[in-house]
Ligand binder design. Structure first.
Ligand SMILES: NC(=O)c1ccc[n+]([C@@H]2O[C@H](COP(=O)([O-])OP(=O)(O)OC[C@H]3O[C@@H](n4cnc5c(N)ncnc54)[C@H](O)[C@@H]3O)[C@@H](O)[C@H]2O)c1
Length: 309
């Protein structure tokens, strides 16, 4: 039974995991070489707690007695049942972190990396116990977005995937097991496919940054919180379902794919994208926008729960 989680890296993702794990009654030890990152945790967790309290029956205030922080990675892992690795997304650093973790971590404990794009096979290279290392990738912010993608590396023990899945399910995450190691796993490949087109449309002058984002948030995004693209097009086929959709409109999808291009991320294009988002957000700070996003995510999570969707 996993009762004590060590989190390595107290940045955006590590801090959010910490709030979630505490809200699920787990003991949490967070390690980061940056004292500043560790010092910022209580404020982040207090804000996150307010959101989590709307979704779960939890104590009025975060149980900070269940939270420990240290700059010493090895010390953080000595009593952990699972390590949620949230360090910088560089393979050399991940491997170095694993080596430090393994100096104290018990042999039955799991090492789950939050990596967005690295492979478990590379992270476990050189490890003492590679079989207990996997990718458990969340979406930002993990305390409010329930998806966790589990990916095995070449050496990962299938029992480790099963144990990790049981753990994340127990804490009310929605898990998917990705069957092959691919850059960006599953969800981020989908978002990258969309983002490529979002950038292309701006680069080619088809629409502004603001209108591209508006088109998603008020159009397909309305459906995507409840159903993926396959089910969406199943309904797009009316009574004939997915088969009719593909017979009728499949060729128009093929024509759209053929018309799409991969943009070159030049310095000029970066300037255009940044200027576009500055215009669209009109001086609102990233912190203000993240707060608005989290208020909306809480409301959406409640709605999905009420609808069983
Ligand atoms: N940001 C996202 O949207 C997102 C989403 C899902 C997954 N991830 C993944 O989560 C991981 C963390 O990303 P983030 O966005 O929280 O990054 P971040 O830069 O916010 O945080 C990284 C933290 O790691 C610390 N760190 C630096 N060197 C370290 C070391 N040697 N050992 C331990 N900690 C060290 C830094 O001080 C920092 O606090 C990455 O693997 C990333 O791919 C990020």
């Amino acid at each position: 039974m996993i009762r004590h989680v060590a989190i390595i890296g107290a940045g955006l993702i590590g801090a959010s995991w910490a709030a979630l794990f505490l809200s699920k009654g787990l003991r949490v030890t967070v390690s980061d070489p940056s004292r500043q990152a560790l010092d910022g945790l209580p404020a982040f967790i207090t804000t996150a707690w307010h959101d989590l309290a709307q979704l779960d029956e939890i104590a009025a205030a975060p149980p900070f007695e269940m939270l420990h922080v240290t700059q010493d990675i090895a010390m953080a892992c000595a009593e952990a049942d699972l390590v949620q690795e949230c360090g910088p997304d560089r393979i050399a650093i991940k491997q170095q972190i694993v080596a430090q973790i393994e100096t104290t971590l018990g042999p039955d404990a799991i090492i789950a990396s939050s990596t967005s794009s690295l492979m478990a096979s590379d992270i476990q290279t050189g490890a003492r116990h590679p079989g207990r290392i996997l990718v458990a990738h969340p979406m930002n912010p993990p305390h409010l977005v329930p998806l966790v993608e589990l990916v095995a590396g070449r050496a990962t023990d299938p029992a480790c995937i099963a144990a990790a899945r049981a753990f994340y399910d127990r804490i009310d995450r929605v898990t998917v097991v990705v069957r092959q190691e691919r850059v960006g796993h599953l969800a981020n490949r989908l978002t990258s496919a969309l983002y490529r087109e979002a950038v292309s449309l701006v680069a080619e002058g088809v629409a502004t940054v603001e209108d591209v984002d508006r088109a998603i948030a008020h159009g397909p995004g309305m459906r995507w919180a409840f159903m993926g693209p396959h089910l969406t097009y199943h309904l797009g086929g009316g009574a004939g379902g997915y088969r009719h959709y593909l017979d009728h409109l499949g060729p128009t999808q093929v024509a759209r794919w053929a018309d799409q291009t991969t943009p070159v991320l030049t310095p000029e294009l970066i300037e255009t994208l940044v200027a576009g988002i500055e215009e669209a957000t009109e001086g609102q700070s990233p912190a203000d926008l993240a707060r608005r996003r989290d208020v909306a995510l809480v409301a959406l999570a409640k709605l999905k729960r009420d609808l069983g969707a």
